[in-house]
Design a protein around this ligand. Structure first.
Ligand code: PEP
Length: 256
């Protein structure tokens, strides 16, 4: 993993008010030592309503904790009730945004075309997409998880060239492991993360592929982090449930 700084991103999903968000970020900052925050990049992904509070806290107190959003609109502005644009997130200094999370794909019907448009919207506004791909249990049982994930990657990055990727992060999140307590084995995580990097190398060249970070997500906890991150192509973790507990999330960050 030479040259790739591990990234641990906490996807809070639809949890925590802005006040609770401040409390959690303060606890994290207190718990993690400067050297630990240097060794691994630590990022939180709060709900939209907490972004401004988190931004004010981390910039005001100069905390070495990054933040981003969980979704964005593919459009820049207009009659899209309830949506939030990349420009709005950029104005809040969001560094990251998850795109294509399996919950968005499943519960909001976001297909590959929407995911691709959102990746472009994020890049256009200078926000790093954390592009989520992953197979369901049926695909895993059929043994076609690798081509399934590389096809999702291809579709999301359709038409882009290496110069446009700007630090893109990919997260391999097998749907059967998200929120289930059933973590992938280190071998499973490495198999798909390695295949995703190989595909990125084919598409964009190995110099680019070697710099991009590929995360694993799905029931990551402190106790399984070291095993998961042992894979040479696993550059960090996207953490859901365990990111809501400051001590547990700090322990995951420390392990990375
Ligand atoms: C996620 O939602 O991205 C996730 C990985 O969730 P959990 O860690 O709770 O499985």
């Amino acid at each position: 993993r030479e040259g790739r700084r591990p990234l641990i991103a906490g996807n809070w999903k639809m949890h925590l008010t802005h006040l609770e968000a401040i409390g959690l970020v303060q606890k994290l900052a207190f718990s993690l030592k400067p050297a630990e925050l240097e060794a691994a990049e630590v990022v939180v992904l709060p709900p939209f309503t907490a972004l401004r509070s988190v931004q004010t806290l981390v910039t005001g107190d100069k905390l070495d904790i990054g933040f981003g959003a969980q979704d964005l609109s593919a459009a820049d502005s207009g009659a899209y009730t309830g949506e939030v644009s990349g420009g709005m997130l950029a104005a809040l200094a969001c560094q990251y945004v998850t795109v294509g999370h399996s919950e968005r794909r499943a519960l909001h019907g976001e297909g590959d075309d929407v995911v691709a448009a959102k990746v472009r919207a994020a890049l256009k506004h200078g926000i790093t997409p954390v592009l989520c791909v992953g197979e369901g249990l049926d695909v895993r049982r059929a043994g076609t998880h690798v081509p399934h994930c590389t096809a999702q990657l291809d579709a999301a990055l359709e038409g882009l060239d290496a110069g446009q990727l700007a630090g893109l992060v990919v997260a391999y999140e097998p749907v059967w492991a998200i929120g289930t307590g059933e973590v992938a084995t280190p071998e499973d995580a490495q198999e798909v993360c390695g295949a995703l990097r190989a595909r990125l190398a084919e598409r964009f060249g190995s110099d680019t592929a070697d710099t991009l970070r590929i995360l694993y997500g799905g029931s990551v906890k402190a106790a399984n982090t070291a095993g998961i991150l042992a894979g040479p192509d696993v550059d960090g973790a996207l953490v859901g449930g365990a990111s809501l507990d400051a001590d547990e999330f700090a322990a995951i960050c420390r392990t990375a």
